[in-house]
Design a protein around this ligand. Structure first.
Ligand code: GUN
Length: 278
C-alpha cells in the first residue's frame, strides 16, 4: 500500500474549504494566516509561496510579510505583537530558519500560543506532552493522519522514530504515545540503529539522511513513514530507500508525494482550528 499524501491532502483541503464556506455564509468572517518571511533562503521562498497559494484556495485570507535578512530582531518582535493583537489574524507563522542574529527562541516565545499554527510555542509543546489540548505541529499531525490510513488502532504497536528534533521526532513521539504505542526514539548516537529499526511495527524516518533505511532494516508488514526531503543529484529522495523497502512492508509513504503535501494541509487545518477557538 502506497500512502498517497497528495490524495489525502487534497481530501483534507476539500473538507476545510467546505467548512470555511459554511462559516463565511453564516458569519461573513474567514480565518486569516500571517506568514513572516525573513531573507532570501530559496527553499523558504518556495515553502511560503505554497503555503500562501494553498491558503487562498481554501478561503483563508493569507498575507506574507517579507523582510530583508538584515532586519532587526526588535522589528520582528514588534510585528508579532501587532499580529497577536489583530483580531482578523487567526494564525501566525514565522518561517524557519532565521538569520543568525535573530533568536529563534525569542521569536517563537513571542507568538501568542492560541495563534501559534506551527505548534512550536513552549505552551503548545508542554500541553501536547502533558496530553492536554494543544496545537499540534503540522508535519507530525500529517504523519499521524497517514499512519491512521494504514492502521486505525495503534494500541500496543512498537513505533520507532529516527530523529529527535523539536520539529518532528519529539512531537511525533508524543502523538504516538497518546495513541498507546510503545515508542522508541533513535538518533545519530544510538548504538545499533539497524537492529532498533527492525523492531518497528511503525517506522518513522525524520533524520535528513538520503536513503538511510535499507530493505533489511524493516520488519515485514510494518508501516513506514518517510519525513525526509533530501536532494541527490537534482532529485528529491527521502530517508528511506523506497525501492528496497516498498515490497516488504504493509504501507509506505513516497517522497515526494507523501508527508510533504500533508504538512501544508495540516497548517490549513490548524489555522481553521485557531479561528474556531477564538
Ligand atoms: N521551516 C521548515 N519547516 C517549517 C515549518 O514547519 N514551520 C516553519 N515556521 N518553518 C519551517
Amino acid at each position: 500500500m502506497i500512502l498517497d499524501g497528495k490524495k489525502e491532502a487534497a481530501l483534507l483541503r476539500e473538507e476545510i474549504k467546505k467548512e470555511i464556506l459554511e462559516i463565511k455564509k453564516k458569519t461573513n468572517q474567514s480565518p486569516g494566516l500571517s506568514v513572516i518571511l525573513i531573507g532570501d533562503f530559496a527553499p523558504s521562498q518556495i515553502y511560503v509561496k505554497n503555503k500562501e497559494k494553498n491558503s487562498k484556495e481554501v478561503g483563508i485570507t493569507s498575507e506574507v510579510i517579507k523582510y530583508s535578512k538584515e532586519v532587526k530582531e526588535s522589528e520582528i518582535l514588534e510585528k508579532i505583537e501587532e499580529l497577536n493583537n489583530n483580531n482578523s489574524v487567526s494564525g501566525i507563522l514565522v518561517q524557519l530558519p532565521l538569520p543568525a542574529h535573530i533568536s529563534k527562541e525569542k521569536i517563537i516565545n513571542a507568538i501568542k500560543p492560541s495563534k501559534d499554527v506551527d505548534g512550536f510555542h513552549p505552551m503548545n509543546v508542554g500541553n501536547l506532552s502533558s496530553g492536554y489540548k494543544a496545537i499540534i505541529p503540522c508535519t507530525p499531525l500529517g504523519c499521524l493522519l497517514l499512519i491512521k490510513k494504514a492502521e486505525k488502532n495503534l494500541t500496543g504497536k512498537h513505533a520507532v522514530i529516527i530523529g529527535r528534533s523539536n520539529l518532528n521526532g519529539k512531537p511525533i513521539a508524543q502523538l504516538l504515545l497518546k495513541e498507546d504505542c510503545t515508542v522508541s526514539i533513535v538518533h545519530s548516537k544510538t548504538k545499533d540503529l539497524k537492529s532498533e529499526c527492525q523492531k518497528a511495527d511503525i517506522l518513522i524516518a525524520a533524520v535528513g539522511v538520503a536513503n538511510l533505511v535499507k530493505g533489511d532494516w524493516v520488519k515485514k508488514d510494518s508501516i513506514i513513514i518517510d519525513v525526509g526531503i533530501n536532494k541527490v543529484a537534482d532529485k528529491i529522495v527521502g530517508d528511506v530507500d523506497f525501492e528496497q523497502v516498498k515490497n516488504k512492508v504493509k504501507a509506505i509513504t513516497p517522497v515526494p508525494g507523501g508527508v510533504g503535501p500533508m504538512t501544508i494541509a495540516c497548517l490549513l487545518k490548524n489555522t481553521l482550528d485557531c479561528f474556531k477557538a477564538r
